[in-house]
Design a protein around this ligand. Sequence first.
Ligand code: SF4
Length: 309
Amino acid sequence: MWYSFWIGGEYINMKIGIPKGLLYYKYYPFFTSFFTELGAEIVCSADTNKEILDEGIKHCVDEACLPVKVFHGHIASIKDNCDIILIPRLMQVKEREFICPKFCGLPEMVLNSMSNMPKTITEPIYATSRKKLFKWAKKAGSMITKDKFKIKKAFNIALNKQKSFSTGIKNNNFKLNIALVGHPYNIYDNFVNMNLVKKLNELGAGVLTLEYIDDKFINKEVKELYKRPFWTFARENYGFASHVVNSQKVDGIIYISSFACGIDSVVVDLIKNKIGDFPFMLLKIDEQTGEAGIVTRIEAFVDMLERSC
Ligand code: SF4
């Protein structure tokens, strides 16, 4: 049992729960350093595992995509060990684009399906400018301290941490190279993707992800579309796939997607129409997906690429 208490305008011994799901993989440096700088203790969930997945399935509606179910499991695993849980309602990271409708309603999904929840931070996050993001920081920070100077300082430190953080995969010295396309929580959560990158490497294929491609190349590809994509994931994944084919950077593309993802259902077709007969494999995953099936499919794909080299 822990004890947090409010003294002189701030909480002492405050524990903030941060679920390791969805865009945690991209933005954890910002969130963890912001709350740490405010003096809170971070309670982060474990890497996704079978128990977390099972809890997610138990607490989430059947129709949801796998990443949202997994997110529920992360919440369930830490909710009893913290004073406040962060449920990031991430709306925008780029002007004139949105993340996904599921992100907009994520707090409501969680709060309607889980009981005995602690307090939550659910303020919408518009990360399209420093000013807009600071608005979120002021509201979230005020749940821990009334010291405005401390919130501003924590925000600046957190933003710098995020700016100096880089992610992405670029394997060198492989005979074959494959572009791995998909959402960060499918690419970087090794439980969800069943260690896909390691498996490809063992088969002799290197992996490239979109973080290693300059945004200007991605945007150039997207400009050729009839209409600018409304969703950030759509712009990035379409632009990346299209660019690696045009620039002959890879031998094939694997798109890792979740069943019930509306955005992917459109993007995958757009990519297929654009790239013609370029080697492409769609791996759709949900909680029923078996590892043996994934292995068989990637072995066959790599084998096909080797033969056509
Ligand atoms: S983008 Fe697709 S996979 Fe991601 S949360 Fe939305 S529906 Fe689910």
